[in-house]
Ligand binder design. Structure first.
Ligand code: BLG
Length: 463
């Protein structure tokens, strides 16, 4: 019989049928951007896992501002999900349905160190303030303006969070408002940026589907987010993207920012030249250099190891370095040594672990690293996985363990910190130097990611 009514497929069924999850986000370091391995970012990584769970491909679209994002989301042929550090608000619930929360953030007023610091809402009066157009922070200021009619602020759709922070850092505006996670991530780029005070309560970031959609996709999203909470995925992502301040501390974070501006430009060229010769990412060499000496060519450790890349006398000699305090020689020798110990590693150790093993060997020596791998085998752990071997390294300083190894005692805790710190610096340096900007900018001119929206990134080979 004709006219039998075929039920319209649900949003989830449509996504599965198409084999594609279309997600809209913003291009910014806290959401989605290009790095050395291609697409990345907190939101990207989370939403990619969701697409993988659904067994579909992920297609990312970016909107220039938040209003546009909600507009796109509402279109019949538009993306089905927004993942962009959004918080629900009275206005927004008319445009979209929000998921369970995945990240707690606090809106913070940001000022420049050395300038007068407001400590409460009233302190915003008479200041030059800029926020993102359509942002929840703009909504907060609109609400405040009812209480303080003389409050003035500008909403801009031509900027991203990083631009706002830079404008505060450089003194072009007095204040801005950003979420705590965005500051935590960006503090390492802006030495003068500080929190004035928290404006209002902690809020939850959520994903969103269009208000007109059925709940099928949203339910699936909620299940996924709950699972990611339980199995530690969310915590790992938070640590990776927003953990800089936890690891470096606030002082460490803005000290790094300062050194990035003041010290790295002096040595960037040497890192790049050596990187080319040795065929390694220059930012990894720079990260080693920061861990070793905070980019200071004349340091000497308690153990007599010296220079920007901290070469022992023996290593220096073997690498043909005649003056360890000469930064150029130190970097050349360090890079060469790093690649040498890497090449000597067992073929069964694959990337990216191979890089972490090579760093450990650089610091503690290949012999001791081999001992730690042997200990791992004895414990039925995987000697080719950094996660496993790093558990064994500290044992090299305990007699019950090192007495049964070939090379004996070593300060095995040191390479574990060494590798962890370098990975953190390497990540930061990667975000600071977008691959698509390389070669197009003047030497020493570092860029903060997320601001170059149009050009697709060149994919640098995975390490
Ligand atoms: C490394 C050497 C390795 C050597 C190990 O020591 O120095 N690396 C370099 O010279 C680049 O060659 O391995 S071995 O030749 O197989 O024995 C072990 O001796 C340097 C390390 C030592 C460390 N920094 C590079 O990471 C250091 O200075 N530690 C002391 C710090 S402090 O004085 O306690 O603050």
């Amino acid at each position: 019989m004709l006219g039998a009514c075929v039920e319209k497929p649900s949003t989830l069924e449509r996504v599965k049928e198409d084999g594609v999850l279309r997600v809209i986000t913003r291009n910014s370091p806290a959401t989605y951007f290009q790095d050395r391995n291609g697409e990345t970012g907190f939101e990207y990584e989370l939403v990619k896992r969701f697409a993988d769970d659904l067994g579909v491909k992920l297609e990312i679209e970016t909107a220039d501002n938040i209003d546009e994002m909600f507009n796109q989301l509402g279109k019949p042929s538009g993306p089905v999900l927004a993942a962009a550090g959004l918080v629900s608000s009275e206005k927004r619930v008319t445009q979209a349905k929000f998921s369970h929360p995945y990240l707690e953030v606090t809106p913070q007023v940001i000022y420049r160190n050395g300038r007068s610091r407001p400590t409460q809402a009233k302190g915003l009066l008479g200041k030059k303030i800029m926020v993102l157009k359509g942002s929840s922070h703009a909504e907060q200021l609109a609400t405040l303006k009812r209480q303080f009619p003389t409050l003035e602020y500008e909403e801009s759709d031509a900027v991203e969070v990083v631009d706002l922070l830079r404008m505060v850092d450089e003194g072009q505006i007095d204040l801005t408002l950003v979420d705590s996670n965005e500051l935590a991530m960006n503090q390492v780029y802006f030495p003068n940026v500080r929190v004035a005070f928290d404006l209002g309560d902690t809020r939850d970031q959520r994903w969103a589907v269009a208000a007109g959609e059925d709940n099928s996709l949203l339910n699936e999203v909620n299940e996924f987010l709950d699972k990611a909470q339980k199995n530690g995925t969310l915590q790992r992502l938070k640590d990776r993207y927003y953990g800089h301040v936890d690891v470096l501390g606030y002082v460490g974070a803005y000290t790094f920012a300062q050194h990035l501006q003041q010290r790295l430009p002096k040595y960037e060229k040497h890192f790049k030249v050596s990187a080319k010769v040795e065929e390694v990412d220059w930012r990894l060499l720079a990260a080693i250099g920061y861990q070793e000496s905070m980019w200071q060519p004349e340091v000497t450790s308690k153990t007599g190891v010296r220079g920007l890349m901290m070469l022992t006398q023996r290593t220096a000699q073997a690498m043909g370095v005649s003056n360890r305090l000469d930064p150029k020689q130190s970097i050349t020798g360090g890079a060469k040594y790093f690649m040498l110990v890497k090449a000597q590693l067992d073929d069964s150790i694959k990337e990216p672990d191979r890089t972490w093993f090579a760093l450990a060997a650089y610091n503690v020596g290949s012999g001791h690293l081999e001992d730690a791998r042997t200990l791992a085998k004895r414990e039925k752990l995987n000697p080719n996985k950094w996660l496993d071997v790093k558990k064994m390294l500290p044992r090299l300083s305990q007699k019950q363990w090192f007495s049964k190894t070939k090379y004996g005692y070593a300060r095995g805790g040191e390479p574990v910190h060494f590798v962890a710190n370098i990975r953190r610096y390497y990540d930061i340096l990667t975000w600071v130097t977008q691959p698509q900007l390389e070669g197009q900018v003047a030497e020493g001119n570092l860029h903060v990611p997320g601001v170059n929206k149009d050009k697709p990134a060149e994919q640098s080979p995975p390490m």
